[in-house]
Design a protein around this ligand. Sequence first.
Ligand code: C2E
Ligand code: CA
Ligand code: CA
Length: 743
Amino acid sequence: MYQRKKDSFRRVFSLLLCALTVLLLAVPAAASADETDGQPLTVGVPVNRCPLFYLDEDSGEIQGIGVELMRNVAEKAGYTATFRVIQEETLKQALDADTYDVIMPFGSAITSASGQQSIVTENLMQTPFAFVTRENSTLPPMDRLRVGMLRSLGGAIETLHQLFPGMEIMEYDTMAESVKALRRGEVDALLHNSYIWSYVLQKPSYQDLAVQPSKVFSMDFRVGTLDTPKGRSIVQRLNEGVAALDDIQRQAIILDYTSRRLYRYDISDYLYQYGLVLLLGVLLFVALIVIAVQQIRDLRREQEEKLRQMMDHDPLTGVLSMNGFRKRVEELLHEHPEAPYLLFYSNIRDFKFINDSLGRAAGDELLRFWAQRAMDTLSDKEAMGRIAADHFVTLRYSGGEEQICRDERNVVEPVNQFFLRQGKENRVQICSGVYVLTPEDFKNIDVDRMLDMALVAEKRALESRQSSFEFYNPEQWDRGKRIANIVNYLPAALDSGDIQVWYQPQVNYNTGRVIGAEALCRWDHSKLGWLQPAGFIATLEEAGLIYDLDRFVWERVCQDLHRWNEQGQRKTVSVNVSRDDIREERDIPEVFHHLIETYSLTADQLHIEITESAYAENPELLISTTQQLQALGFQVEMDDFGSGYSSLHMLKEVPVNRIKLDLHFLTSSGDPEKSRIIVSAMIQMVNELGLELIAEGVETTEQADFLQSKGGGEMQGYLFYKPMPVNEFEKVDGFFHIEPSAK
Ligand code: C2E
Ligand code: CA
Ligand code: CA
């Protein structure tokens, strides 16, 4: 059934097309004949009503169903029609203009804008008018309908008013505005010629609009002009043309224009239709570009890295090249500015002989083996390079003598026996020169200079024939070893009792009484023997470990004081506070306060010696610490007074109780007479400032007598007692004896 309908439609369609072709062939012939014969007739038409009237983009001519129909009618009436675009806003206004002989289209005769009557021709065709609403909406009855129409359809509007007086008609300047009004709900429907709808609704963003097929009505499509004698005559002649227009011709024209795809997409249509696809496309494109750029960059980086690797690495062994080693060492020294580094320059004794006797390949194999073995022992804080034939350089983190033994076992020996293990008789010998890095080397990094020094040592090792390695700077190595021994052994020593607190009694020379003691530490080191503080205090200060030691000493002193209190022998002891102990984050006064609380002591039993040098570092902190200690009842003493750290200024600033005058600093050198003058002036000054005074380092009776004559009676020194272990100190009775040797 459907197929049959389709076939018959096809037949009609092809018939129409044939007719149209004949017509199209005939029209130009006729037109050319009429151009000479026909009387000219200017027809004013709108051009915003595709497919009825529009401007063809390609030819720039006015075209459309209306144009084609009118051309035929005019021709049949003996006119040659010329079409002009109506410039006026409405057809009503256009009627008044004398630019056009006739105007179209009209549904019926209307009055012109100036109020003149018009007349119209017979109907050229019946034009269906249709309502368009938003999809799924139903229409109210016609006489209550609010309808939107284009202002330019003035004629039709007037006709409609006559047909449906109850209908409310709103006028809009453009189709877009009318559609907006419909969407906003200002009107129930839009009304327009359905040929025009067939064109307008092709716009993609109007997909939500639907034609209401139930409410269609038709309007006439006529040509009009003012009701004048000339107008009447034209209309009369045109009516003959209309009568001569046959229906098939009319239908063919309509079909021709309605079947053309006249709607042209503008940018907004494309955006609406393909916006998402376009956006995705753009995103994809951008993503592709980003990926491509990234890949190019990666590739370049990879190539650069490869190139760098090639330049920085030795192709034979895989260790660094000279260039790579230099760079890496610089990096490492920057990253680890206080590391105990050693720089090795190593080569194989008589390597040339190995190459000559066993062949180059065997030599290369040995070098690879050596590099591999050595690399296995290195951490990422270390580096190894080959700078020529069998010359290897290594930056090694010093792990003391144990590490050297380990390297000997894991690297040097296996390399030395490399050929022996293969059953050959060649014993290899690695010779190394070692340079121990100094703090200076980290400040002024010069890898070549350090290598030169390691090379000098390596030459010595080569010459010596006895040892396989030599140090360029053995003192540094010894010092390093010693530091490592002190720093590494401290925790164990504090635990095991290797560190002891000794006491050196203090006396009043006037009364002959022992008045207190200074606590001094001693270290019975398992490797280095008995150590005096001078040998390790500075090292611990540098390593940031002195606070561990001092807390141990303070606690031990408090334990001793507590025991003596229990035994009914109250004593007073001075303890040393290192300048490194006094830091913002540590509350030293609170530490002491806690100690005396813990051991039930009174604050006056502890004298706290703070060395004069602490003042130079952080005066504000030192002053506040001193004040807090005093507020807690502790006596604060200024140690090593006279040793040279802005002493006088400090006397004014820091509120100490007692000055500890170091005779050693004041009398060890220079003119003895001048020393005496200085010492007596100092004693006088301290007295006048109202401070207490104790002189330390008193070795002779002359010194003691002199001090006494100047008013300084309290003393500490070898003349009276040397520092002694606690059990000896406990035997010291209340009065001192001058050591016979000192007399
Ligand atoms: P210091 O605080 O000035 O201690 C006095 C030093 O002079 C002690 O040396 C003592 O043995 C020595 N001495 C005492 N009388 C005489 C004498 O008549 N003649 C000579 N030539 N020397 C005498 P020591 O015990 O070797 O301590 C040296 C320095 O080490 C101390 O100087 C002190 O600054 C520091 N020290 C000692 N023990 C500790 C401690 O537990 N903690 C801290 N932070 N430093 C300490
Ligand atoms: Ca002291
Ligand atoms: Ca001192």
